[in-house]
Design a protein around this ligand. Structure first.
Ligand code: C5P
Length: 314
């Protein structure tokens, strides 16, 4: 009988996400918010490569590399430790993150790296963890990590971690405007609560109705209809992101004036997302955003795409 040789390196590609609907309910007793969160995975993504090492070590390359923590707080490091503990082994691995997803940008870049590290370490260590267990470990790491494993389009309930895959009838074309500096997700949720309190509506679960997925949005996704999807885009965190970063309104306006069908802040921001009619229109919108000088960089991409996937094994 031949024993398979363990791989010397495993590379995993993982997508960023945009929330085409982010319905935010009231603040729960545990501080989280119940969501109706329609996740959409885009081709813009990171690559995580796992190789054997004497100790757990993280390195990062890419435009935002200097903003990524290399210590134990890095979600890829936490993922390696969590998986290792589950299998009663040491988390000794070198994880290299080739980072393309904006850091603290509202595109779940840290969560993506956590999901990719789970898949990469599992393949490198030959631990053959069932997908359902990987999803459970992902939910322990953070609300957005399970979706980065699943990819495609999915409805996230609870704090975002309870996923139901949704049908998408075609490819949608997106442009993302990356802002200078990030926004802290907890700070944006706090600002959302503060704005609700200020408006007199209240911010806890007794005061805020349970958010529901918008049937028109789900139909538009299933039909692959970008015009209908643009009309249904919605993000309850957008007023909070704009309150903390008023200049984002200029970015959103520049994309709309440049011909985007729909505009929204991505998740908790500050990255702004622009849905376009097709690839050609995406290039036009990207040029308009670049010319506007209202953002640090502009990325053209498409989706939906699969979740964390092994792309290389040596
Ligand atoms: O789960 P994750 O660590 O990604 O969440 C980061 C922070 O975002 C939480 O600590 C919380 O402040 C906020 N959050 C929330 N409700 C959610 C998800 C995240 O309030 N459903």
């Amino acid at each position: 009988m031949t024993v398979p040789t363990p791989p010397q390196s495993v590379t995993v590609r993982v997508p960023a996400k945009v929330n085409v609907q982010l319905g935010v309910g009231g603040r729960r007793a545990d501080g989280f918010h119940d969501l109706a969160n329609v996740f959409f995975a885009v081709a813009l993504g990171d690559e995580v490569t796992a190789t054997p090492a004497d100790t757990l070590r993280i390195t990062v390359s890419g435009p935002d590399a200097d903003q990524v923590p290399l210590d134990g707080s890095n979600l890829a490091a936490r993922a390696a430790r969590l998986l290792a503990r589950r299998h009663g082994r040491r988390p000794d691995v070198h994880l290299h993150i080739a980072k393309e997803i904006p850091v603290a940008g509202g595109m779940a870049g840290g969560s993506a790296d956590g999901a990719a590290a789970l898949v990469a370490c599992d393949a490198l260590w030959g631990t053959a963890t069932p997908f359902g267990t990987l999803l459970e470990l992902a939910a322990e790491l953070g609300s957005d990590v399970p979706f980065a494993l699943l990819g495609g389009v999915a409805l996230g309930r609870g704090r975002g971690e309870i996923l139901e895959p949704l049908p998408a009838g075609g490819t949608f074309h997106w442009v993302f405007a990356v802002a200078d500096g990030g926004l802290s997700t907890p700070a944006v949720f706090r600002e959302c609560d503060r704005l609700r309190d200020e408006a007199g509506t209240g911010s806890d679960t007794a005061a805020v109705p349970d958010p529901q997925p918008d049937p028109a949005l789900l139909d538009a996704l299933a039909a692959g209809d970008p015009v209908a999807l643009a009309a249904a885009l919605g993000n309850d965190l957008q007023p909070a992101a704009l309150s903390l970063r008023p200049a984002l309104a200029d970015t959103l306006r520049a994309g709309a004036d440049g011909g985007a069908l729909g505009t929204l802040v991505s998740g908790s921001g500050p990255t702004c997302a622009f849905l376009t009619k097709d690839a050609e229109s995406a290039a036009t919108v990207a040029a308009a955003l670049t010319a506007s000088g209202t953002c640090r960089s502009v990325r053209v991409t498409h989706g939906p795409v699969p979740g964390a996937t092994v792309t290389g094994r040596r």
